[in-house]
Design a protein around this ligand. Sequence first.
Ligand code: FEO
Ligand code: CA
Ligand code: CA
Ligand code: CA
Length: 641
Amino acid sequence: MTNQKPKLSADEWDELNFPRPDVQEFDRVVERAISRRGFLGGVLAFGSGAAVMGTGLLKGSTAMAQQASRFAFEQIAIATDSTVHVPAGYNWKIMASWGDALFSDAPAFDPATGIPAAGSDRVFGENTDGMELFNIGGKEVLAVNSEYTNNEINLGTPDVEDAVATSAEDVTRLQNFQGVTVMEIAEGADGWAIVKDSPFNRRITNNTPITADGPAAGHDLLKTEADPTGMAILGTLNNCGSGRTPWGTYLTCEENFNGYFGATAEATFDDAVAAGYKRYGVSTKVDPGNYNYHGFDARFDVTKNPNEPHRHGYIVEINPADATSTPVKHTALGRFKHENAACVVAPSGQIVVYMGDDERGEFMYKWVSRDIYVPGGDTSTLLVEGQLFAATFKDDQTGAWVALTPEATGMSAAEIAIFTRTAASKVGATTMDRPEWVAVNPVSPEAYCCLTNNARRGAMKDDGTPQTNAGGEVLALNAPNPRATNEYGQIVRWRPEGGNHVSAAFTWDLYVMAGNPAVHKDGPYAGTANINAGNLFNSPDGMMIDSTGIIWIQTDGDDSNEGEFAGMGNNQMLAGDSVSGEIRRFLTGPIGSEVTGLTWSSDKRTMFVGIQHPGAGFPAADGLPRSSIVAVKRDDAAMIG
Ligand code: FEO
Ligand code: CA
Ligand code: CA
Ligand code: CA
């Protein structure tokens, strides 16, 4: 009933709302120059050369060929259809779709119009993204993000393009479909399903009361007329990737929070506020924007509540074991377009959290707790007291985490927490090609970050000046981001000094550069040697490393399957071997969708995979398309991860 037009991702939405100048011919010149030098030569220009591309991954290397594959499945072909595919010997089934009831009193899903406003906070939210599963007293409890809404679908108006809220009721509906769903799930004869009315079931929406801690909590910049305390916040916005703490709580990560705000009148703002709006892309335009919340909910109208945007863009901790608990925004971990939060316990017992800021030319971050984690002990300071760092990468394949302190930045602790991007710019953090998910390898002291793509890297603006990030830093090529007009993306890997994630120093390489050797015979756009005709993909985004050390890579890219992207098909999930570098395609999503979010049942016999913003035809041939979580199993029910 709808066309096959892919739904915009939240990142694309942000780009549309805050467009940057078109890429110029200049970057094609750079591309040709690098190609002529050859891939190795191009990389050598940045430093120590071959090793940058990952040991054993260079074209011509026999290292890969000599290794027996660790994968227990045969790679699948690309797909361009409207369903999910997995390898022979595996099966998949829908576990939950947007609009499924969490409670007996929830409204029924109407295939033509979806879910009405009344009761829209009693169902599984839209656009599933990061998720984590917790076993609580023997019950399987899933916490899962709903990143944004496809308004024409969520407002039941599939034939209306660029739909926005046109009433307060519309706004309520959109606000309720986003945030986080906590739900008990169980496996029965027909597979996995939501346990309706479980005491764990809960919706956290754009309006749920949330508190804050850390340096920004209670600061003047977080105070509003409705909340003079500056820490009684309503709602969590644009919940993208996820994380989990060793003490059994869920971390939800606020990404493109800026897109929910707008103005109802021309206004001027304090310098600091205006500068922050600019760096974070908060709109002061008088127009409906993406959602038009501000047309009906004054909280999102920056002319009336200029500090409301400062209350979003954080890491939020949720206790899935207690449906009455108040979530907490941990401002010490910084305010930016948070992708996910990858936690690891260092040998000292300190908690390390790696985080990416997903915007062109923004940075990677690391949090190190002051105190140590003691199982069963007090964990209340671990995401409050400590130090935030930003990453600097050198061309010689070393790097350092630089502390964002008042001394280093000239900013107060609260200002660092609220305007974290500015603080990181002040210490010379390295501009990256859109840091998406970070994953820490549980079987080797290393971590990975998907740098999804960056069309503006090394490019020029219309006015002939170089492209910059929102802070004005030129997006020149650099060693971890070596390609101009980077449409394919890469994954950077780092190993902390001494194998200790607390260390400031690290060495790094590129685990993979995605590319298309059929379109680009050689040169950097052909990709690294672990890219071949059989495993083409673009725009790595979601990423988890399972207990066996296999890297699961999910894509959010161009699924046109033509031109630069010919042979890549629909978005997909691949498995990567961290040692040999081998990458195999494991799952393909339906056309129009992004594959994002991954977790496992406690017995590791089921893998849950998120299908976000599918096009028409998924999961059913008729009716509104519905984002869904699918349960993937082996036919023999053996463990998969
Ligand atoms: Fe929500 Fe950057 O992905
Ligand atoms: Ca997305
Ligand atoms: Ca993402
Ligand atoms: Ca993305």
